[in-house]
Design a protein around this ligand. Structure first.
Ligand SMILES: [Zn+2]
Length: 456
């Protein structure tokens, strides 16, 4: 790979609190950053870049990290949010039957590409992905050029029979063994592939969906392979009641006593938390994937004012359906702020830090990605500031200006592992219009098969 220079932009390196460098320059050699700082600190002529990107009027940041996504959500756009009924009605009435039953194997590639393109084009360069057939999603991530941490979801109950009121949740025979085997195979086939751009983790679906034996076996497999864990916990109405009834403990306490709460684990959603739950998360160092915009759609929200105050490592995850992390940052600041009246708990720079260094730390990659520093991998985004919603620009408040006023649509260029994968808002690496067309056609066939879910 060649040498690339990004020059003239406002750098937000995320290495020091609130630092912004006006008229900065970033030098990339192969897949690594060799310099990021003021223009005067680099002899650009001697660097002899093959490609020079003019970043004047643009912010230059490390790529965002989405710590929780199910790529198959591409086929659920706008289908689940406004379904009336009990909380999470859209999940049980539409998302689960479509994703678990009506999507066929051949639908995965295009759908996963489309969902990941949404993330890439809105500034996300790393995703932490999991679902039932991750081996069908991995080739799409290879071809799109995004950095992906992938895992097989180990799901033992019959999702098609679930809703918030169902407390009888028999584990289906053979599902644990199948999930563990697919996890091993995914690891063998994909971990470290594409020069380390694709890696794997272990994902027991959560205490509402996976047996105690399955949670223990998942943690053992993660230990054996030296991998991190993702686990949905305190996620949906009905889960706490189910876990209390079966084990006599709340979900966070249950996972803590099984040894699953630690710095190697990302706890996903973590909505229904009491003070003891928050203290356990803070004490163990378990990371949180806070899916702010997603859970707000469902009509609930975690007590983030307490979570932030406890010092938990919070990151942003989108789950599925809407994946522009700028919306998640906005909602993640504004909802608890409006709720508590506390203006100090989280600001624009810290929300960006959660999206970059916080995400990197949660997957053990903070030495490799998450900031613009010499020696790190070149995962970089450019954001247009020449817009009526960001101009006029000041250097000192730029992170806040971006978080409150920019959206993912303002991202112009995306570099992952030193490779330009989006240039001037166009995906360079796959035929995006053709992928969108195929996904639309496949969605129409999936929805025809799932016709019954659209009634009532
Ligand atoms: Zn999820």
């Amino acid at each position: 790979m060649s040498r690339t220079l990004i020059e003239g932009g406002y750098l937000i390196p995320m290495d020091k609190p609130y630092a912004v460098v006006a008229d900065g320059i970033v030098a990339i050699d192969g897949n690594r950053i060799t310099y990021a700082g003021p223009r005067g600190g680099l002899d650009a002529r001697a660097f002899a870049a093959a490609i020079t990107i003019n970043a004047k009027g643009r912010a230059v940041l490390p790529g965002l990290i989405n710590t929780h996504i199910h790529l198959i959500g591409a086929y659920l756009k706008g289908l689940t949010e406004d379904v009336s009924g009990q909380l999470s009605a859209g999940l049980w009435k539409r998302a689960v039957p479509i994703a678990f039953k009506h999507v066929h194997d051949e639908d995965w590639y295009a759908g996963c590409l489309t969902h990941a393109m949404e993330m890439l084009c809105t500034g996300t360069t790393t995703i932490v992905s999991q679902f039932l057939k991750e081996h069908l999603a991995a080739p799409a991530m290879r071809d799109l050029g995004i950095r992906a941490v992938m895992s097989q979801e180990i799901f033992e109950v019959d999702a098609l029979k679930l809703n918030a009121a169902v407390m009888d949740r028999p584990m289906q025979p053979g599902k644990l063994e199948e999930g563990l085997e697919l996890s091993r195979r995914l690891h063998a086939d994909w971990h470290g592939r594409e020069n380390g751009r694709i890696t794997t983790r272990i994902s027991p679906a959560g205490p509402g969906f996976t047996s105690q034996e399955g949670l223990i076996a998942s943690a053992a497999l993660a230990d054996e392979l030296g991998l991190g864990l993702n686990v949905h916990v305190a996620e949906v109405p009905g889960e706490t009641e189910f876990v209390l009834q079966r084990y006599g403990k709340r979900p966070i306490q249950f996972l803590d006593e099984l040894g699953l709460l630690s710095e190697r684990t990302i706890g996903i959603h973590t909505v229904f938390l009491n003070d003891d739950d928050i203290a356990r998360i803070a004490r163990t160092g378990m990371h949180i994937s806070h899916t702010s915009y997603h859970v707000a759609k469902r009509g609930y929200f975690p007590p983030m004012e307490k979570v932030y105050a406890a010092g938990c490592n919070v990151t942003w995850g989108s789950d599925w359906c809407s994946n522009d992390l700028w919306k998640f940052m906005n909602m993640g600041i504004l909802h608890p702020r409006a709720h508590s009246g506390d203006l100090t708990m989280l600001d624009g720079w810290r929300a960006l830090h959660m999206a970059t260094m916080g995400g990197a730390r949660s997957i053990g990659m903070d030495r490799e990605i998450g900031s613009l520093e010499a020696g790190k991998k070149a995962d970089i985004i450019l954001v247009d500031l020449d817009t009526p919603w960001c101009r006029p620009v000041r250097t000192d408040n730029l992170p806040s200006n971006l978080v409150y006023n920019a959206t993912g649509s303002d991202v112009t260029d995306v570099i992952v592992d030193g490779r330009i994968v989006v240039r001037e808002k166009k995906v360079t690496i796959v035929d995006a219009p053709a992928v969108l067309k195929e996904t639309q056609e496949r969605a129409e066939r999936i929805w025809a098969r799932a016709d019954a879910v659209f009634g009532g």
